[in-house]
Ligand binder design. Structure first.
Ligand SMILES: *Cc1c(COP(=O)(O)O)cnc(C)c1O
Length: 399
């Protein structure tokens, strides 16, 4: 095969795997502007509707006025500006851990942290559906990687048993998510913690899609289940429910100090803009306020409405576990056609394909926000019902 860029693109196109950028000329919100069109947005991870919230915009303005735009260099090189330390104090207080460290993205938090935790002969035991940032961190770390089928405790345990038979020095780290990003289901955390303790492993739990959404004050699943103290490395992102940008790790002080010394994505990258840290601090405050609770209740109401009203055949296995509702369609063509049809009806619902999900498990990924109105949810269920009818008709014609 020719190795030109054109040939690479043609190959992707022929497999329905080509991606394109869609220009949006408005803030994130439940209605966005794309070209001449307004679309109802069910594609964003802005679960609490904070990305364009006046409270956060005001905080960012204040931060800009006081600290300017850029941060100058890595925090170890040119000094750490106060907003980053304030944010980390607030994160630790909110998560009830000793300390926290913020990164420029969740991706950077994952890659840097895994690299700092393990070395060549250590073992990472990961869920098959773990996010790409965790997979990339594992690959870069050079450690031994063992993958268990999604949420499969038996296979997790056999990997742990194997890992424990290596040298006594081997560090064993379980890496998983509390709410899975493309499936919206939860990890069996109590069982994971139980085997973790038995095999003396550490647990890195990525709560990217749980924080802000699950548990009291949106502290996530570990806290909701009373297991927070069993999770040594508590990862999350500021980019989703918190409406900002950035990632974090919460945990004990010595862990955070190891990351400051060893996480390459932390110290070989310029600190995020201080104004962003001011905005993120405001978002953390908001999570623990009555306003945060009000938004979580609205989100819950919206998820319940969608699960109750959408055609059951489209969502046969979905239980109320998160704000992510996948509509499993199978092949990439079908998912692309469905997303295109929804777009023509005025709804932005992305088709998720390989390599984000395994080949042949393409899907629509609906994400709900506290900011959606009941009318917007009804409009979506109507259009999903029509989609379902169209699929049934197409199947009948083929039969
Ligand atoms: C989005 C996501 C990340 C990366 O976070 P960013 O802040 O977007 O870089 C990490 N883990 C999971 C599970 C995610 O969904």
């Amino acid at each position: 095969m020719s190795r030109s860029f054109e040939a690479q693109l043609a190959d992707l196109r022929s497999r329905s795997l080509l991606r394109r950028l869609r220009e949006i000329d408005s803030p994130q919100g439940t209605v966005i502007e794309s070209g001449e069109r307004q679309l109802i947005n069910f594609s964003s991870n802005d679960y609490l509707g904070l990305a364009n919230a006046p409270e956060l915009i005001a905080a960012a303005h204040e931060g800009l006025e006081k600290y300017g735009v850029g941060s100058g260099a890595s925090r170890l090189v040119c000094g750490t500006q106060s907003p980053h330390l304030t944010l980390e104090r607030k994160l630790a207080e909110w998560k009830r851990t000793e300390a926290a460290l913020s990164f420029s993205s969740g991706y950077a938090a994952a890659v840097g942290t895994i690299g700092a935790l393990v070395r060549r002969d250590d073992v990472l035991v990961m869920d098959k559906l773990a996010h790409a940032s965790l997979i990339d961190g594992a690959r870069l770390s050079g450690a031994i990687v063992r993958v268990f089928p999604h949420n499969h405790i038996g296979k997790l345990e056999s990997h742990l048993r194997w890992a424990r038979e290596q040298s006594a020095e081997t560090r064993v780290v379980i890496v998983t998510e509390s709410v899975f990003s493309m499936d919206g289901d939860q990890a069996p955390l109590a069982e994971i913690v139980e085997v973790k303790k038995r095999y003396d492993a550490l647990l890195l739990l990525d709560e990217a899609h749980a924080i802000g959404v699950v548990g009291e004050n949106g502290r996530g699943l570990a806290d909701k289940l009373g297991l927070s103290s069993e999770v040594e490395v508590q990862m999350g992102t500021l980019s989703k429910a918190l409406g900002c940008s950035g990632g974090y790790i919460c945990g004990r002080r010595p862990l955070i100090d190891v990351l400051i010394n060893r996480a390459r994505s932390f110290f070989f990258s310029t600190a995020p803009p201080p104004a962003l840290a001011v905005a993120a601090s405001a978002a953390v405050d908001l999570l623990s306020s009555p306003e945060g609770e009000r938004r979580r209740q609205n989100l819950l109401r919206n998820v319940k409405q969608l699960l109750l009203d959408a055609p059951h055949d489209l969502l046969p296995h979905t239980r109320l576990q998160s704000a992510i509702i996948p509509v499993m369609l199978g092949d990439e063509d079908t998912a692309m056609a469905a997303a295109q049809w929804l777009l023509e009806q005025g709804f932005l619902v992305p088709a998720i394909r390989y390599p984000t999900v395994p080949k042949g498990s393409a899907r629509l990924r609906i994400t709900l926000s506290a900011a959606h109105s009941p009318e917007q949810i009804s409009a979506l269920t109507d259009v999903l019902t029509n989609l379902h009818l169209r699929r049934q008709e197409a199947d009948a014609e083929q039969a």
